[in-house]
Write a protein that binds this ligand. Structure first.
Ligand code: 8YV
Length: 319
C-alpha cells in the first residue's frame, strides 16, 4: 500500500506526477484554500501532509490531526506556519525545503532593491495611466546601487546569495547574524554584532532573518532611526520582522527614500498604508515563484517524504 499524502495546494505537474507514482496523493486540482477544519477533515486517512505556508498548523490543529499522520513535509523553507513545539510533543516529523529557493528569492530581492531605488512603481504607473507627458533631467531621478553599502540582516542561505549577486553591483556587504560566520562564508562581508550596530552602515538594508519570537517587529522605529537618512529597505523574508507603522511613517517622512516589499504582516490583507505610498515597490509574496524553483521545492519536499517512509532521517527535518 502506498502512503496517502494530503497535498493542500495545486503543485507543478512534474511534482504531482512523482506524487502519483510513489504515493496515493489527495490532490487539490482547483487550488482551493482549505480552512483548518477542512484540513483536519481531509487528513483523516492520510499518512502525511504536504502543505504550503498558506496553511496554518497551530497547536489546536496539530492536536486534532489523526494519529496516522506521521509527517508534515512543507513546500516552503519558512515553517513559522507550523507550531514545531506542538509537533514535536506529538511525535510529528516536520520538514522544510531549504537551499532550492535561495537563488529565486535572492533574484527577487535584487529586483526589490532596483525597483525601490529606481522608482519602478511610479514609472510603471505613469506609463500605464498615460500620465507620462514629458522628460527633464530631474524626472524620475532615483538612487544607484553601484558602489553602495548593503546591510543584510540574517546572513543565512538567502542572505549570502543576495550578497553574492550584489557584489556584481560593486556593493560593499555588511551583515548581522546571531554569530560571526567563517571567512569562507563571509567572502569579505563586514560583521556587526547587533542589528543596531549594523544600521548606520546600510545605504540599503535587506531583511533575511527567520520569523521567530526574537525577530518579531525587529525593524522598529528605534532601528530605522539608526539608518542613514534616505536609506532603502527591502524585505523578502517574513512580514512579522517589520513594524508596519514605523516603516510607513519613515517612508512618509522621507527618513527612508524607498522600500521594496514582497512579504507583509497578515498577508494578503496587508496594512493599507503601504498602498498609498508612491515610494513603496510592492510584490505579492513571490520570492520563490519561478518554474524551476517551484519544481525543485516540490521534489525536495518529496525527498523528505521518501526518507520518512523508508524509515530514514529526512534531510530537512525541523521538528
Ligand atoms: C513560498 C516562502 O512561496 O518558502 C517559503 O518560506 O515564503 C515562499 O518562498 C511559500 O512559502 C510556499 O509555501
Amino acid at each position: 500500500m502506498k502512503p496517502v499524502v494530503l497535498v493542500t495546494r495545486k503543485l507543478p505537474d512534474a511534482v504531482e506526477d512523482r506524487l502519483r507514482r510513489d504515493y496515493s496523493p489527495m490532490l487539490n486540482p482547483n487550488d482551493a484554500l482549505y480552512t483548518p477544519e477542512q484540513i483536519i477533515e481531509r487528513a483523516q486517512g492520510a499518512d502525511a501532509i504536504l502543505p504550503c505556508h498558506t496553511e496554518k498548523f497551530g497547536a489546536e490543529v496539530i492536536a486534532r490531526l489523526p494519529e496516522r499522520v506521521r509527517v508534515i513535509a512543507n513546500f516552503s523553507v519558512g515553517y513559522d506556519h507550523v507550531d514545531t513545539a506542538a509537533a514535536k510533543a506529538r511525535g510529528l516529523i516536520v520538514t522544510n525545503t531549504p537551499e532550492v529557493l535561495s537563488d529565486a528569492t535572492a533574484e527577487l530581492t535584487l529586483m526589490l532593491m532596483l525597483g525601490a531605488a529606481r522608482r519602478a512603481s511610479e514609472g510603471e504607473r505613469l506609463v500605464r495611466t498615460r500620465a507620462w507627458k514629458d522628460w527633464s533631467p530631474s524626472f524620475m531621478v532615483g538612487t544607484q546601487l553601484t558602489g553602495k553599502r548593503l546591510g543584510i540582516l540574517g546572513f543565512g542561505r538567502v542572505g549570502r546569495v543576495v550578497a553574492q549577486r550584489a557584489r556584481g553591483f560593486d556593493m560593499q556587504i555588511h551583515y548581522n547574524d546571531v554569530q560571526r560566520l567563517p571567512p569562507e562564508l563571509e567572502q569579505g562581508a563586514v560583521f556587526h554584532p547587533t542589528p543596531a550596530e549594523l544600521m548606520p552602515h546600510c545605504d540599503f538594508l535587506a531583511l533575511h532573518c527567520v520569523a521567530s519570537p526574537q525577530t518579531i517587529k525587529l525593524l522598529n522605529a528605534a532601528l530605522i532611526a539608526r539608518l542613514p537618512d534616505g536609506a532603502i529597505v527591502v524585505n523578502a523574508s517574513r512580514g512579522v520582522v517589520v513594524d508596519d507603522d514605523a516603516l510607513i511613517a519613515a517612508l512618509k517622512s522621507g527618513k527612508l527614500s524607498a522600500a521594496g516589499l514582497d512579504v507583509y504582516n497578515n498577508e494578503p490583507d496587508i496594512h493599507p498604508g503601504y498602498r498609498e505610498l508612491p515610494n513603496a515597490f510592492l510584490m505579492p509574496h513571490i520570492g520563490s515563484a519561478t518554474k524551476e524553483t517551484r519544481i525543485a521545492m516540490g521534489f525536495r519536499a518529496l525527498d523528505n517524504l521518501d526518507a520518512v517512509f523508508a524509515g530514514k532521517e529526512p534531510r530537512d527535518r525541523v521538528a
